[in-house]
Design a protein around this ligand. Structure first.
Ligand code: MG
Length: 382
């Protein structure tokens, strides 16, 4: 069994979101956008797939790096193939990113699951078949009836609890909102949500990522008064010393890193430095499931939880194979968006949530995405 082809299909679909100038998602008018599907194909006809931003699987990356490492190799040699790509990053002139590593790694895991007829979370070794979700809001905005005021957050939190969510994480206001960031407004939103849901619902905050130490400390102390469950990325993660200082000065668990470069190596340094109380990993942050498992086990070795960042079938898979993590991040959510609308390129939702707030793992072979290949082939960009 050998890998014979790396295929990238670029197609269009309807998006109801837009990105602001800082890259945050907000609701927007329906528009056609491009997306890619990367497929790793073998000589016996077996294949594995992963959706991708088009830029992360552009032809030069596939030809110069991915094909060179993968073609002719056994698709189950995931560690060897991942190391082969990761080793090449340093010499790639910053072309080969963790995002591309992740897409290839996820396609290889999907291929193995499909070939063996088992879901990937069972292939890895499942800990659970369903995961409680927290509702993760979009960033604050200036949209009427959206997430423009603390009262908006409070109203939306009430709705989220009625929908079944057992916990909520706020993303508050950031640039380019005209008056943001403002830690006092963050506290007002956090207080409105605590008031709306009562004392027992776990709440988390992911605020502006560029506060100073003194702003971050003040905000963290206010969150402690509101009994928040964790405090996420209030400062630039490039300064690990700032996080060690913050964690030493607060009782509320500090979680991270999320976006810092360096895969599991960086997570190890943060744990050693006391820069976090809960570790953090997502498949797109560290280069796939293969390095995410190392991060989760690293944290477990230090008696530390490791909460999974981001939504989608691969991150849900991570949640299902760990004991030392509690939540699936479902979102991003907004009062003006119906998160449960199934994208046209899927036949069924990847993370449907029941009325009790649990997301159930799919029993389909592979990563569990129910891909609508007919739609993709009918909407190819040629
Ligand atoms: Mg975050």
């Amino acid at each position: 069994m050998k890998i014979t082809e790396i295929k990238v299909r670029v197609f269009t679909h309807t998006s109801r979101q837009m990105k602001d100038s800082d890259g945050h998602s907000h609701p927007g008018p329906p528009r056609r956008v491009r997306q890619a599907l990367l497929s790793v194909i073998c000589d016996d006809g077996s294949a594995g797939h992963c959706f991708a931003p088009t830029e992360a699987v552009r032809p030069s990356l596939i030809k110069d790096f991915v094909e060179v490492v993968l073609l002719g190799q056994h698709p189950f040699d995931r560690e060897k193939l991942w190391q082969g790509l990761a080793h090449w990053q340093r010499g790639s002139g910053a072309q080969l990113t963790d995002r591309t590593l992740a897409i290839v790694d996820l396609a290889l895991w999907d291929l193995a699951g499909r070939k063996l007829g088992v879901p990937v979370y069972k292939l890895i070794g499942a800990y659970r078949d369903k995961v409680p979700a927290y509702g993760s809001t979009m960033c604050g905005d200036e949209i009427a009836g959206g997430l423009a005021t603390p009262e908006d957050y409070g109203r939306f939190a009430e709705w989220l609890i009625k929908r079944g969510y057992k916990a909520i994480k706020l993303h508050t206001w950031m640039k380019p909102v005209s008056w943001a960031p403002d830690p006092r407004m963050d506290v007002r939103a956090c207080a409105a949500v605590r008031e709306a849901v009562g004392p027992d619902v776990p709440l988390m905050l992911d605020a502006y990522h560029g506060y100073s130490r003194s702003e971050a400390l003040w905000l963290g102390r206010e969150l402690q008064k509101l009994n928040y469950a964790w405090y996420e990325e209030p400062m630039n993660e490039a300064s690990m010393s700032s996080y060690a200082w913050l964690a030493a000065n607060l009782d509320i668990p500090v979680i991270g890193p999320e976006t810092a470069d360096g895969k599991f190596h960086t997570r190890a340094e943060w744990i050693k430095a006391g820069a976090c109380d809960i570790s953090r990993v997502g498949v797109h942050d560290v280069g796939g499931i293969t390095p995410s498992l190392k991060t989760i086990h690293l944290a477990e070795s230090f008696g530390m939880d490791c909460e999974v960042h981001g939504h989608g079938a691969a991150n849900l898979t991570l949640c299902a194979v760990q004991r030392n993590g509690h939540w699936y991040e479902r979102g991003l959510l907004h009062p003006h968006l119906d998160y449960d609308i199934v994208p046209e390129y899927l036949n069924s939702p990847p993370d449907a949530m029941d009325a009790e707030g649990f997301v159930h793992l799919s029993d389909k072979p592979g990563m569990g995405e129910d891909i609508n290949f007919d739609y993709i082939d009918a909407n190819l960009v040629t």
